[in-house]
Write a protein that binds this ligand. Structure first.
Ligand code: G2I
Length: 448
């Protein structure tokens, strides 16, 4: 019988593990399988998230589950264009801010959804076209990404811009009619506004190798070749009763382009295969090192946008469904991973048995870079951490987010801020900074 890596490890008794530790044999990973989705995903440096809304923050049963199970959230509606800019130039961040501050208080990361989309546009934008619409759209990207700067792990910069069916081309929309370059203009504006966020293109019906996903694949390849800033592709994965046999292969081909892949809106029609499909999707992500996280599109079945499909992991009473257990087991089975959201310029080290470790991921351009540092707790929870980074000579740190720096050149020290000093055992938090020159390549030190 083939026993998965973590499963094998779980077979070690506590006493045997203690002997190995005493003998100085390094053990990474946890002795016990984690019991929540977020903690299980964190064992391989991934996140497990849920779409939610500010109005649910006062629902006790709901929030108990959300806080227990997830280490990432995304706004189901609260950060869309109609919600954040209801009148042109007048921005409303109230609900988005409430979600962000809840996430920060619990050490969760936040996905931003979505800066530009043909749907859910405010009525004033629906009435615009040409350069007036283009300017309004880019201004929207700049304003919203600037407002949330440093607080968003990944932005869906552009959502659902490709056509369904066999064309592999763009969807017609008012945004598309402003010129084919509207997507790259949005990505460039987002990078300028929030250099620390990963910038994603997000779409549905891309759950295998097909004409639509190939159209997106070609766009990402083109962006990478021309230096248009793009870091990730979101595969929404609103699924029916079967899973495309090329699901994992599709994730892999995007990863091979040098972008992260995120499963961004997972839900699966109930009936027959639901638990198996959830497990297969999770295993496919776990099998690809650059598949860095999964988000489910809602918490309890009755709240899903898919009325009657019961496509989520918890029933209406908040009970775990079979699909929940299937996902948890798939997360605990582990898989290949590169801690610190791998990129060609990433360096990292495995989590320390106690204390903490840190890894760096760079987004570099000619003359500057942003660095994302992941701080991973070892076998004990952290209550405050300090990371040392060596900045190559000639360059300097110009700004930092989610951490406070001492010094800007040479050996620079970053300390946690009020909301991210506490990291659960095996969990992680991330901070970032922008710098001039070339980015740090040595593995940062971490002390707790
Ligand atoms: O349609 C499913 C998802 C497809 N990918 C992009 C996602 O953003 C999209 O999410 C859904 C939300 O789950 C729905 O909750 O997007 C819909 C359209 O924005 C959301 O529905 C809208 C209703 O259409 C509005 O009438 C309502 O005011 O939700 C709004 C807030 O409750």
């Amino acid at each position: 019988m083939r026993i998965p890596r973590n499963g094998r490890f779980a077979l070690l008794s506590g006493a045997l593990a203690a002997v190995l530790v005493a003998a100085g044999i390094a053990i990474t990973g946890s002795a016990e399988a984690a019991t929540t989705l977020g903690a299980s995903a964190a064992q391989t440096g991934r996140y497990f998230g849920v779409a939610t809304s500010a109005f649910r923050l006062s629902d006790t049963n709901y929030m108990t589950i959300l806080n227990r199970e997830f280490n990432s959230i995304v706004a189901e509606n609260d950060m869309k264009w109609d919600a954040t800019e209801p009148q042109q130039g007048r921005f409303n961040y109230t609900n988005g801010d409430r979600l962000v501050s809840h996430a920060q208080s619990r050490g969760m990361t936040v996905r931003g959804h979505t800066l530009l989309w043909h749907a859910q546009q405010p009525s004033w934008a629906q009435g615009l076209s040409g350069s007036a619409l283009r300017n309004a759209a880019i201004n929207h990207v700049t304003q919203v990404a600037t407002h949330f700067r440093g607080k968003i792990h990944s932005w869906d910069v552009v959502n659902e811009a490709f056509a369904d069916g066999g064309s592999g081309g763009r969807r017609d929309s008012n945004l598309q009619r402003t010129g084919n370059d509207w997507i790259e203009a949005a990505f460039r504006a987002a990078r300028t506004a929030d250099p620390g966020a990963k910038l994603c293109y997000n779409d549905y019906n891309t759950d295998g190798i097909n004409a639509k996903s190939t159209g997106i694949y070609n766009m990402v390849r083109d962006f990478k070749s021309r230096g248009v800033p793009i870091d990730c592709v979101g595969l929404q994965s609103h699924l029916g009763t079967t899973l495309d046999s090329t699901y994992q292969q599709n994730i892999q081909r995007f990863a091979d382009l040098g972008v992260d892949v995120q499963i961004t809106e997972l839900d699966v029609q109930q009936g027959g295969n639901q638990a198996n499909i959830y497990a297969s999707v999770t295993r496919a992500c776990m099998a690809v090192a650059r598949c860095t996280g999964i988000t489910v599109w809602g918490l309890r079945d009755p709240e899903s946008w898919r009325t009657g499909a019961n496509p989520l992991l918890f029933d209406g009473n908040g009970n775990k469904k079979a699909a929940y257990t299937a996902v948890l087991n798939a997360l605990n089975a582990g898989g290949p991973t590169t801690p610190g959201s791998p990129s060609p310029s990433a360096s990292s080290q495995p989590p320390a048995p106690g204390g903490c470790s840190a890894g760096v991921t760079l987004n570099s351009w000619n003359g500057g870079y942003t660095a994302t540092i992941r701080v991973t707790a070892g076998s004990g929870a952290l209550n405050g951490w300090t990371v040392g980074v060596i900045i190559p000579s000639g360059g300097a740190v110009t700004s930092a987010w989610n951490a406070k720096n001492t010094g800007t050149t040479g050996q620079v020290t970053f300390r946690n801020v009020s909301y991210n000093g506490q990291v659960p055992a095996g969990g992680y938090t991330e901070f970032g900074f922008q710098g001039t020159g070339t980015g740090p390549t040595a593995t940062p030190s971490c002390t707790a």
